[in-house]
Design a binder for this molecule. Structure first.
Ligand code: PLP
Length: 394
């Protein structure tokens, strides 16, 4: 008999009752260090006092009015995102996939508006993950996600991540945009080189196509800068954000330059919930913290510390851990032993929560608010779990 919750997830049999900072607690009092953070979503940990207060205050005032009216909190968040990014304009939605659907529509409409309606194809990368809507299933490079779900949505193609020759060769006159994650999350925690990102900007300009960065996972502070693209010194034309932006409240956003959004006008895109006062209060509260002077520098410092603590594990446990990869606090350990087994050991034996990724990678996505003591706690757990795996194999 089917479960009342549709069985779309392989769930771990554990339920949390409350959270505080980087820790989660079960009803029977077990405490876990959360280096999954709702898959890079609880960017400020659990129950951050500033977020709790902002949501409680907003909840007592106004939840939802629809985009028929001006929404003060939405205007404020848009102004702040514009002021702190390349973007001139922002569309709000509720998830990452929706932010990418919106990004695709903005890009296609740009070319339509400029007399090139044939420019519709989005060139994506291998190992990409862009979400589960029918459209984004075609952008995501994973055949298993598409099987049995009908005809593929047209207009998406793939080239090897990191390969500029392939990207250049794909630039036919039907291309609307290049879509890349500056740091791939689900696909195995692969950080694009900064030179690659810069070269993508050049290729986009040379061939008159738009550049879209999917920062749903790597944006909103996760790499130690507010936006991952900032490390490269070049900006995209369109950026999709979600996950960490709402700190656990569903918020997605399409950030665009004035030029890229030039084809958009009232009536062309919309979302009932997108940008509602409650969601905007959450995201504004997240931004309050991310934009505090020194906050990003602290994320960068703790991320570098974590990288340096993780690296020795590869020499201590060469049969278990192959390498450390990623950027900022989007880190991965490429394993030689099964990543699922490691995740289970860490959780059950060492009370550390992690997430798996493709290519047998174990993903480490702590809240951005952690300090060195949390890193030390996690690294000790990883060290012990890796030793356990090695013993088990011997
Ligand atoms: C999670 C994710 C998405 C999809 O976001 P949803 O909110 O699950 O729709 C898209 N792109 C990237 C890079 C992601 O990590």
């Amino acid at each position: 008999m089917v479960t009342s919750v549709m069985p779309t997830y392989g769930r771990i049999d554990i339920a949390f009752e409350r959270g505080e900072g980087p820790y989660l607690y079960t009803a029977d009092g077990r405490r876990y260090l959360d280096f999954a953070a709702g898959i890079a979503t609880n960017s400020l940990g659990h129950c951050h006092p500033h977020l709790v207060q902002a949501l409680q205050e907003q909840a007592a005032k106004l939840w939802h009015v629809s985009n028929l009216y001006n929404i003060t909190e939405q205007q404020r968040l848009a102004d702040r995102l514009v002021a702190s990014s390349f973007a001139d304009t922002v569309f709000f939605c509720n998830s990452g996939a929706e932010a990418l659907e919106g990004s695709t529509k903005v890009a296609r409409r740009y070319h339509f508006h400029n007399g090139q309606p044939n420019r519709t194809r989005i060139v994506c990368c291998t190992h990409s993950f862009h979400g589960r809507t029918l459209g984004m299933l075609s952008a995501t490079d994973k055949e298993a996600y598409r099987e049995g779900f009908g005809p593929r949505v047209q207009g998406f193609s793939h080239v090897a991540f990191g390969n500029l020759n392939e990207m250049r060769a794909a630039m036919d006159d039907d291309v609307a945009a290049i879509l890349v994650e500056p740091v791939q999350g689900e696909g195995g925690v692969n950080a694009a080189s900064l030179d690659y990102l810069r070269a993508l900007r050049e290729i986009a300009d040379e061939f008159g196509v738009l550049l879209i960065f999917d920062e749903v996972q790597c944006g909103a502070g996760r790499t130690g800068k507010l936006w991952a693209y900032e490390w490269s010194g070049v900006a995209p034309d369109i950026l999709a954000s979600a996950k960490g932006l709402g700190g656990g409240f569903p918020v997605g956003a399409v950030l665009a330059s004035e030029k890229a959004a030039s084809g958009m006008k009232p009536g062309l895109h919309g979302s009932t919930f997108g940008g509602n006062p409650l969601a905007m209060a959450a995201a504004n509260a997240v931004l309050d913290v991310l934009l505090e002077p020194g906050f990003m520098e602290r994320v960068d410092q703790v991320a570098r510390y974590m990288w340096n603590q993780l690296l020795p594990l590869t020499t201590r446990h060469p049969d278990v851990i192959e390498d450390v990869r990623g950027a900022g606090l989007l880190l991965g350990l490429k394993l030689r032993s099964p990543n699922g087994e490691m995740m289970t050991r860490l959780r059950d034996d060492h009370k550390l929560l992690t997430v798996v990724a493709a290519e047998n990678v174990l993903r480490l996505l702590p809240p951005l608010t952690i300090d060195k003591t949390h890193v030390d706690e996690a690294v000790a757990a990883l060290d012990a779990a890796a030793a356990g795996v090695a013993r088990h194999a011997a």
